[in-house]
Design a protein around this ligand. Structure first.
Ligand SMILES: *Cc1c(COP(=O)(O)O)cnc(C)c1O
Length: 389
């Protein structure tokens, strides 16, 4: 681990020690457990007196490489990896909260995280109050004596609204709240919330970290004492990543910077194209000057990301026919893939929300979300153009 190197170099050069074979590229450690030379070494390992691996539900060299890399990228002290983004989200909350705690969360959050807050954590009497992403002054009203943490995503899904990380950190410090950021849309390359004061950062590695729609994974990084609690919880409850997926994800990170540069370049070109299209009523992209929070994007992100939201003239019916007319772009639930993906949130991912809940998070019937891929921009624009007209 080299803290002096630049992001791209860390992404490529952070590797665990080679084995006796001196391989250049890290091998896969597809093993459930690890062996000891004698009883004393085994005893010391179980007692936590040495840094030996024991069992892949706890740790594995492939997890370690991925954790080390993301910690360098996010400027974090420690981390732990999980089977999915949701197991990272749930295990982090479960490890850090207790019955009677209160969570303050921005309203625009990933659908399954919303289910964890509204259906699962209440089983243990952990209640959540939602606040508006773009109104930090209103957050104060949600604070209770038992408030434990503040949770946010920025940019949000699917509306690509932004939360001001500096304002969030000031708010958390004032009230002694843990600040937890789901940094999935921005990736560690475009935004590092810990530099703005976040205590923990969570990723669904399934998205841009894999970047090619192959494997699932999740990671939480941040303050060492918090990660120790999350590790202790996870070691016994078993949300561990597979070593194979950890290997894939660490390899994927080697190309994160080049991939994100192109994703962002394509997304900006698509957003500019859509801005001038007569069939499009509005476009939202953090890299466009017309984004209502463009100033915040400039402050906390190095580019606008890969997700563009826009409204088609003609509402729900037009939105559905737009999806039906696409020839190249994929219709699928994922995002952060090398292939461009189009979704219509109000009839799919967010269909379970009530009309009122959708309105509150800005999921209007005409909203289309594009996760812009790595195809040539001309082909992406051509497909979207012909589907619109
Ligand atoms: C996909 C996603 C998750 C959940 O990740 P999985 O890997 O699908 O479990 C959490 N947060 C955001 C913002 C996501 O896009």
């Amino acid at each position: 681990m080299n803290k002096e190197q630049k992001f791209e170099t860390q992404a490529v050069r952070t590797q665990i020690e080679p084995t006796h074979a001196k391989e250049h590229s890290t091998p896969m450690y597809l093993t459930s457990s690890f062996i000891y030379d004698d009883a004393e070494e085994m005893r010391a390992s179980f007692a936590g007196e040495n840094n030996r691996h024991i069992y892949s539900r706890f740790s594995n060299p492939n997890y370690q490489e991925l954790i080390d890399k993301v910690c360098l990228m996010e400027d974090a002290e420690a981390g732990y990896v999980f089977a999915t983004g949701m197991s990272a989200v749930f295990s982090s909350f479960a490890a850090l909260s207790k019955t009677g705690d209160h969570i303050i969360s921005c309203r625009s959050i990933f659908g399954s995280t919303h289910t964890v807050f509204t259906k699962i954590l209440p089983k243990w009497n952990i209640q959540t109050t939602y606040v508006e992403v773009d109104d930090p002054a209103s957050w104060e009203k949600a604070v209770q004596p038992n408030s434990k943490l503040f949770y946010l995503e920025t940019p949000t899904n699917p509306g690509v609204d932004l939360v001001d990380l500096e304002a969030a950190s000031t708010f958390c410090k004032k009230h002694g709240l843990l600040m937890i950021v789901d940094n999935c849309f921005a990736t560690p390359y475009l935004q590092q919330p810990i530099k703005f004061g976040a205590d923990l950062v969570i990723h669904s590695a399934t998205k841009f970290i894999d970047g090619q729609g192959r494997v699932m994974g999740g990671i939480t990084v941040g303050k060492k004492e918090l990660i120790e609690e999350i590790y202790a919880f996870s070691r016994s409850t078993g949300p561990a990543l597979s070593p194979f997926n950890a290997w894939v994800l660490s390899k994927s990170l080697e190309t994160l910077a080049v991939r994100m540069d192109r994703h962002c370049e394509n997304a900006l070109k698509l957003a500019e194209f859509l801005s001038t299209h007569p069939e499009v009523s509005w476009v939202k992209y953090p890299g466009l000057k017309s984004h209502p929070q463009y100033g915040i994007a400039q402050k906390q992100m190095i580019a606008g990301g890969a997700v563009v939201a826009f409204g088609v003239q003609g509402g729900l019916e037009k939105g559905r026919s737009f999806l039906n007319n696409l020839k190249m772009c994929s219709l699928t639930a994922n995002l952060g893939d090398s292939r461009t993906i189009a979704t219509h949130p109000s009839s799919t991912t967010h269909a379970k929300l009530s009309e009122e809940e959708r309105q509150k998070v800005g999921i209007t019937p005409e909203l289309i979300r594009i996760s812009v891929g790595l195809e040539h921009i001309d082909d992406i624009i051509n497909d979207i153009q012909q589907a619109l007209t």
